[in-house]
Design a protein around this ligand. Structure first.
Ligand SMILES: N[C@@H](CCC(=O)N[C@@H](CS)C(=O)NCC(=O)O)C(=O)O
Length: 203
């Protein structure tokens, strides 16, 4: 199978970490330069009409877009170790946290990046105020996570899950727009150090 992706971008990184945690190695990674618009070509549009990365292409030609849909495919095909939960309660709790980390952290960090740097000004209209507001919203979520991690080892409880992967990729990418945990966010910093030590993080 192949994954069309971009090394430094945060969503493809989530997929690489997820695959590494599962021990999945039979993937050919194909780099697309987003800045040059290599994701906007007819070839890539045929894989993902919305033109984003990552895209997983299976050997039969099936293309799956959306980070979490790709992770779901890996979770179903390689169930161990489970990163999306086993019982009904675990699955629902992990999904709740995963969505919170996606919608209230990864997305605002991405919006802050796109709207304050103008990186994709060739294909969208950057709105500086929206970039600033998104940065503030991401910072609020970091404060919320810090509080939550005071009494939880990991984001969704006592096990490392896909929610940790989303949160760590959002947090690491947030540095690009100057957003970092403050020194007094000790629980967030403890968690970040703990998850960053996993071998999968360098994938
Ligand atoms: N919801 C999508 C978001 C994908 C996304 O926004 N990918 C970015 C890179 S992190 C991208 O392809 N940007 C290129 C562009 O907007 O032209 C997912 O989770 O996969």
């Amino acid at each position: 199978m192949k994954i069309y992706e971009t090394g430094p971008a945060p969503n493809p990184r989530r997929v690489r970490i997820f695959a590494a945690e599962k021990g999945i190695t039979d993937i050919e990674y194909i780099q697309l330069d987003l800045k040059k618009g290599e994701n906007l070509t007819p070839e890539h549009k045929a894989r993902n009409p919305l033109t984003k990365v990552p895209v997983l292409e299976l050997d039969d030609g099936t293309c799956i877009s959306e980070t979490i849909a790709i992770c779901r495919y890996f979770e179903e095909t390689v169930p161990e170790p489970s990163l999306m939960g086993e019982t009904a309660i675990e699955k629902a709790t992990i999904e709740m946290w995963q969505r919170w980390c996606d919608f209230y952290f990864m997305l605002p960090v991405g919006m802050c990046f796109q709207h304050s740097t103008g990186y994709f000004a060739d294909r969208m209209t950057p709105v500086k105020e929206w970039g600033d507001e998104s940065g503030k919203n991401a910072a609020k979520f970091m404060a919320f996570l810090n509080q939550h991690l005071e009494s939880n080892d990991y984001i969704a409880g006592d096990k490392f899950t896909v929610a940790d992967i989303t949160a760590v990729c959002a947090l690491d990418f947030a540095r690009v727009v100057g957003l970092r945990p403050s020194e007094d966010q000790t629980h967030l910093l403890r968690w970040h150090k703990q998850v960053s030590a996993r071998p999968s993080m360098s994938a």
